[in-house]
Design a protein around this ligand. Structure first.
Ligand SMILES: C[S@@+](CC[C@H](N)C(=O)[O-])C[C@H]1O[C@@H](n2cnc3c(N)ncnc32)[C@H](O)[C@@H]1O
Length: 259
């Protein structure tokens, strides 16, 4: 189960009690608050702001920039994504689009498994894509010829219609305001093959929707399933993902069945 589904992490009371329970984390949080305020001032647009966050984090440590505190955790979280998708329909002949591929924490495993040329990774951060190239090289996967491409937004207009059997976005919407998610829903159906699916994780709340530093966003499941429906997509919560203890929830989106 995701941790504490009703907490509002943006509320002053929650922040004070968290600080009292974890005083050692306060200086780092204050530094991050100051840095993020500066980056938001320089880049009011969310994607430009988050690109700047990724630039700053990737310079320090690409694994930490995608949310893993060490290489062991990086490998484990990539394996969790890969094993789950393998158990939920991924086959070598599928064509896969990974949105927010980061430094290929899971991507290198997909690239190794899929037929050559069948993996397409996009990310808003050129810096993390450079780190992705390093991963490709260190894993010896050059012959699999994946595509890694920076994007400005999620309109995906440069990709062909009906191309991808599987679209995957892990820990991307947990960093995205609703208009970014809506933009993705508005365009994903065009590139999704008939019978294809789009899996994404998100930080779930059963209380008030909120965000922390415009870095971490918490949504109710019904907000996202309703938004998907507005764009002609069917969405369902993947219950068995919750049992893996990742902390985020996962939704699978498909074309709405024609009745
Ligand atoms: C927490 S990292 C996860 C990376 C990768 N999915 C993984 O599991 O290792 C989030 C990634 O999503 C990217 N990202 C954030 N918002 C995005 C957007 N709107 N479009 C594409 N990529 C985005 C970030 O640059 C970052 O590389």
């Amino acid at each position: 189960m995701p941790k504490n589904l009703t907490a509002n992490r943006a509320a002053l009371g929650h922040r004070l009690s968290y600080a009292l329970r974890h005083p050692g984390r306060v200086p780092r949080h204050l530094r991050r608050t100051a840095r993020d305020a500066w980056l938001r001032y320089r880049s009011p647009d969310h994607v430009a702001y988050y690109r700047a966050v990724m630039r700053s984090d990737t310079r320090r440590d690409p694994d930490a920039a995608v949310g893993s505190r060490n290489r062991e955790r990086w490998l484990a979280l990539g394996a969790m994504q890969f094993d789950y998708l393998l158990g939920h329909g991924l086959r070598p002949e599928h064509r896969m689009l990974e949105i927010g591929c980061g430094n290929l924490r899971a991507g290198w495993r997909f690239i190794e498994y899929l037929d050559p040329g069948h993996y397409y990774g996009v990310d808003i951060s050129p810096d993390i894509l450079f780190a992705a190239q390093d991963t490709l090289q260190s894993q010896g996967l050059q012959d699999r010829v994946p595509t890694l491409t920076p994007v400005r937004d999620l309109t995906l207009g440069f990709l062909p219609e009906g191309r991808f059997d599987v679209v995957h976005a892990h820990s991307v919407f947990s960093h995205s305001p609703l208009p970014v998610i809506e933009e993705c829903f508005a365009h994903i159906g065009r590139v999704l093959a008939p019978g294809g699916w789009f899996d994404f994780t998100f930080d779930r709340t059963e209380g008030a929707e909120h965000h922390v530093l415009r870095e971490d966003f918490y949504y109710r499941t019904e907000t996202l399933t309703a938004l998907a429906a507005d764009h002609g997509l069917a969405a369902r919560l993947m219950d068995d993902w919750e049992e893996l203890g990742h902390g985020q929830s996962k939704i699978r989106v498909t074309h709405r069945a024609v009745r």
